[in-house]
Design a protein around this ligand. Structure first.
Ligand SMILES: [Zn+2]
Length: 284
């Protein structure tokens, strides 16, 4: 009986989401280029993970959406410069991320860093990390969540922090909808449960599950300028950090970002796996 009631409830929910047979919508009903008035949240592992969506984020910001970037780690490990301490690197990564977001028109205070150590995300207390993410989901109440793709047809392998971030974001999106999970946030912090309705999953090397390509023609320069802010991650700053680059070095970095831009139907694009529906089915 209980399962029958659950089925009925699920059916009602799925219909409420206007989905297909399994409650999933796999293409945005309104083209992403026309989105306005939405709250957009991106969860990444490192400062620069959002670079996979910089053109899209710049466009959404310009079109009157509120964009927030939540990064799980401080990025305090990934350098080959022997003279940088973790603390210095974390400070540099924060500054670079805020500068990159600034190029996209996103305010510095819309960057939220949860402070975990770079490279060790999967060894953190998962419950604590999910609780932390759930808190931000319930605070920001995003209409759309951008995150590493946890995989549609099978569990996907990502490099360690990306692997962890994909599942942590998915698990947090699922947990946020249940009032009695992390209920202290509800009873003590004045937050309310929240179900994220739409998702844009990204991936840096495997594009077979993509179903949505955003035309970023008008935002190429913003994407290039933002990508060129990650001096400590790319270019000469990777081996020997310096706060600013010479003109030729800067050009080399910008050319590097430009060369990574993907083309589809003769247009520069960023690709995503779009999903709309209950969090439970986001991997189906
Ligand atoms: Zn990363």
């Amino acid at each position: 009986m209980r399962s029958l009631i659950s089925m009925l409830f699920l059916t009602i929910c799925l219909c409420a989401f206007g989905g297909t047979a399994f409650g999933q919508v796999l293409k945005p009903e309104t083209a992403v280029e026309k989105w306005a008035g939405k709250t957009v949240m991106l969860i990444g592992a490192h400062a620069d993970d959002d670079a996979l969506a910089h053109g899209t984020l710049a466009m959404l910001q310009a079109n009157g959406n509120q964009v927030y970037v939540v990064t799980l780690t401080t990025g305090n490990v990934g350098t080959q410069d022997p003279n940088l301490s973790r603390t210095q690197l974390a400070q540099i990564r924060r500054q670079e991320e805020q500068a990159a977001l600034g190029e996209l028109g996103i305010a510095a205070e819309h960057y939220i860093n949860l402070g975990y150590d770079d490279g060790l995300l999967e060894f953190e207390d998962r419950k604590a990390v999910v609780e932390n993410l759930v808190r931000w989901i319930r605070r920001l109440r995003p209409d759309v969540l951008f995150a590493w793709d946890p995989g549609k047809n099978y569990q996907r392998w990502h490099k360690s922090d990306h692997r962890a971030a994909s599942y942590l974001a998915a698990d947090a999106a699922r947990a946020a909808m249940w009032r009695l999970l992390f209920e202290g946030q509800v009873t003590q912090e004045g937050l309310r449960e929240y179900t994220i309705p739409e998702y844009m999953f990204f991936n840096d090397y495997d594009h077979e599950d993509e179903n949505t390509w955003v035309d970023i023609s008008e935002y190429i320069e913003k994407k290039v300028n933002a990508g060129a802010k990650y001096i400590s991650q790319f270019g000469p700053g990777w081996k020997s950090y310096k706060p600013s680059l010479s003109e030729p070095e800067l050009k080399q970095m910008k050319d590097g970002v430009r060369s990574q831009i993907r083309m589809k139907d003769n247009k520069p694009v960023e690709g995503f796996r779009y999903y709309k529906g209950l969090p439970d089915a986001m991997g189906k």
